[in-house]
Design a binder for this molecule. Structure first.
Ligand SMILES: Cc1ncc(COP(=O)(O)O)c(C=O)c1O
Length: 475
């Protein structure tokens, strides 16, 4: 059942529109109350499952970020670009399981590869031939010669922190304020600090991002603003001889989307090397998603280490770290023990092989380009027609509407009213488009199985949202 044709207990998104003066924006908290009420009416079975889960799953969900207000949505199944929740509503999936979903759901090539492998057994903790094939594919895409596998983005960036330390004998690593690199100790610093905690914009404090992260550990992670070379220079001088390297997302993805200033990445690499420190790109989100060879290919700067995960295995859990011989050689000679029971698991390797060879083809990227261009043009036209603040940023399969005039770093993000993203998320959700929650943090992910129907649905919902903000005004 598609939401657009479904009744929602007598309420529809259209009923939620308030009439007011069309040149004034409707209060967003009113729209949130209305849209959350609609969502609560149509997610009864999700709510029942959540209730049932509370007694056995901590918090009633499998990961804390599966829970966003007003309720966690439980999913039944997916096919192509669509998913169905346990209440039977169909969505175009632009959430993509937090950016994993480049293949879409049940892609025939992934299904065939997994089915074939599963009958030949799925785990030995010994390498299989696909591990070589996949490493060659990764080398080709990202231009780095040596690879190892793990199981998640968290494990990949953890390996990168360790390797940069092992290579230099230094303990401190520079990280960008407002970036998320997974949930290990060294990365869980200044992810979303409050303005009070964050300190000066030029030399931000190192703020533990969660309970359980020792402050002494957090002090080993030195925080800088994104895109600011001088700040890195200052940090290198302040912690002279102590910095092992720097990790960053070449295009920041967890505070909306922020591309780097021109020349920043190349100059950063030169600067770090001058100080005997290394450069790691976290391409857990951008890898495969923004171009076949990730941001490394798109922006033309090659890091010393590259972390990827998410989309690479077509929906199975897998991560990888690649790099230059000076660093990856420390794994080869066992200076650094890069280990894991499930590393290079045959089932995930079979899926990555299919993903890199059969799913993410040049034609698939051309298809994603066409979809992105249409979606960006559609959203930009709506922003203009309804005179709403903001702009659209998109690269490859990923994009976001950013409802503020300036978003270049975390301090801009702190000043950006999150209600816009929240209301937009609710309108999309109630209109049958599944987006990641926390609208101002996340971005859409399209799959190779998405079509113009999905794009049109997204843009239609976006217009309904814009019109509601203008008190139901027609364009
Ligand atoms: C940029 C980035 N790095 C690392 C991670 C951690 O990945 P995982 O959740 O697979 O551990 C994420 C997760 O969202 C991410 O966005």
């Amino acid at each position: 059942m598609s939401l657009s044709s479904a009744t929602t207990g007598g309420l529809t998104a259209g009923d939620a529109l308030r009439v007011s003066s069309s040149d004034e924006l409707v209060q967003m908290d009113e729209l949130i109350v209305e849209q959350e009420a609609i969502m609560m009416v149509r997610t009864k079975e999700s709510q029942r499952m959540r209730e049932e889960a509370q007694s056995v799953l901590a918090g009633g969900v499998a990961s804390s970020w599966q829970d966003a207000p007003p309720c966690a949505v439980w999913i039944s199944h997916g096919k192509g670009s669509r998913i169905w929740d346990v209440d039977g509503f169909e969505y175009s999936d632009f959430h993509g399981g937090f950016g994993v979903g480049l293949a879409g759901h049940a892609h025939p090539a992934i299904v065939e590869a997994v089915q074939d492998r599963v009958t030949k057994a799925t785990h030995f903790a010994q390498p299989t031939e696909d591990a070589i094939v996949v490493a060659r594919e990764l080398s080709k895409r990202f231009g780095l010669p040596l690879w190892r596998y793990n199981n998640s983005g968290t494990e990949s960036t953890m390996d990168a922190f360790h390797l940069m330390r092992a290579a230099t004998g230094r303990n401190k690593v520079i990280k960008v304020e407002g970036s998320y690199h997974g949930h290990h100790d060294a990365a869980q610093v200044s992810v979303y600090p409050s303005a009070e905690e964050a300190g000066s914009a030029a030399q931000p404090n190192s703020v533990p991002a969660s309970t359980g992260i020792p402050n002494s550990m957090a002090q080993l992670t030195v925080i800088v603003p994104f895109g600011d070379l001088e700040a890195v220079e200052l940090a290198l001088a302040k912690h002279k001889g102590e910095i092992a390297g720097m990790i960053l997302e070449p295009i920041m993805m967890n505070i909306g989307m922020i591309p780097p200033p021109a020349g920043y990445l190349a100059d950063l690499k030169t600067l770090l090397h001058k100080h005997g420190a290394w450069l790691t790109f976290d391409e857990v989100k951008t890898g495969f998603g923004v171009a076949p060879g990730g941001a490394t290919e798109l922006l033309g700067v090659s890091p010393d280490l590259l972390c990827t995960a998410k989309a690479m295995a077509g929906g199975l859990p897998c991560g990888a770290i690649g790099g230059i011989p000076e660093l990856m050689g420390l794994i080869a000679d066992r200076t650094y023990e890069q280990v894991g029971t499930f590393n290079g698991n045959p089932l995930t390797m079979a899926a990555v092989r299919a993903m890199t060879q059969d799913v993410l083809t040049p034609d698939a990227y051309a298809h994603l380009d066409r979809l992105r261009e249409a979606q960006v043009a559609g959203c930009e036209a709506v922003l203009k027609r309804y005179d709403l603040p903001g702009f659209v940023r998109a690269f490859g399969a990923k994009g976001a509407v950013i409802f503020t005039d300036r978003l270049e770093n975390y301090r801009d993000f702190l000043n950006y009213d999150d209600q816009w993203g929240n209301v937009h998320w609710l309108y999309q959700h109630n209109g049958g488009v599944f987006l990641p929650p926390w609208g101002k943090c996340e971005q859409w992910t399209m799959s190779v199985q998405h079509t113009m129907d999905d794009v049109n649905r997204f843009v239609r919902n976006f217009e309904t949202f814009a019109s509601a903000l203008r008190g139901g005004a027609a364009a």
